[in-house]
Design a protein around this ligand. Structure first.
Ligand SMILES: [Zn+2]
Length: 233
């Protein structure tokens, strides 16, 4: 067999095949390649779709192998080259804006998770987003990269395991999120600076009214006596 790129004879031992420009190990990502696959790589520069590769996390995936550079690389096809993205922006306490981009699908929704801390709300939002992506992708998730963008800096530090949450509830939620993220081939999380939302009456507000429960939503105007039904009255 000759390599169609460099024209040299392909040599082999019990672990690999090689010519002057290209080397193929017989076992790639836990899969033993057939002679036909190897021949196609050297003569046509690509294989058909091969099943049964194993990702680093142990999940199986299917891909073509292509001859780019000196070693074969995976080709998941046009559709799978795009990564999926989940963006979670903390709004008023307990509420997050969730945006999900996956293949041709995009989803945007404000979700109210009730009386929980901003970090827990962001975590619930992230979980919701990841589960939507998993639902859309099905088995393809095992070969997908997921990007999680987070506007809550503290929650971003929890996800990246820079800071350990003090509250057990948040710790459990974050560790559940890691389980879900583990269903993807790989994932990245990053903190995204967004404009701080105006907090009205949130327990986390740095201005009056502070500590009003988020479901009350008082009308705040420049004149405080116009506020009706404030619990401290
Ligand atoms: Zn060659």
């Amino acid at each position: 067999m000759e390599c169609s790129r460099c024209g040299k004879q392909v040599q082999n031992d019990d672990k690999k095949y090689w010519c002057e420009c290209f080397t193929v190990y017989i076992e790639i990502a836990g899969k033993t390649l057939s002679e036909r696959d190897i021949e196609m790589l050297f003569t046509e520069g690509k294989t058909g779709v091969i099943d049964g590769f194993k990702s680093k996390k142990g999940s199986e995936f299917s891909a073509r192998l292509v001859r780019k550079g000196e070693k074969p690389s995976f080709d998941f096809g046009e559709k799978q080259k795009k990564r999926s993205k989940v963006f979670v922006q903390g709004l008023e306490s307990g509420t997050v804006l969730l945006r999900v981009y996956c293949r041709d699908m995009s989803f945007e929704e404000e979700i109210q998770f009730g009386l929980v801390s901003p970090q827990l709300a962001s975590c619930f939002g992230a979980l919701t987003g990841c589960r939507i992506v998993l639902h859309v992708l099905g088995k393809e998730a095992a070969a997908e990269n997921l990007l999680l963008e987070i506007s809550d800096q503290r929650f971003a530090k929890y996800v990246l395991n820079v800071v350990r949450p003090k509250q057990a509830q948040v710790r459990e939620a974050v560790s559940y999120l890691w389980d879900i993220l583990g269903k993807f081939d790989s994932w990245d999380a990053r903190y995204v600076v967004t404009k701080r939302p105006k907090l009205k009456g949130s327990p986390y507000s740095d201005r009056f009214p502070q500590g009003v429960f988020p479901w009350i939503y008082p009308e705040v105007t420049s004149s405080p006596q116009l506020i009706e039904g404030h619990p401290d009255d």
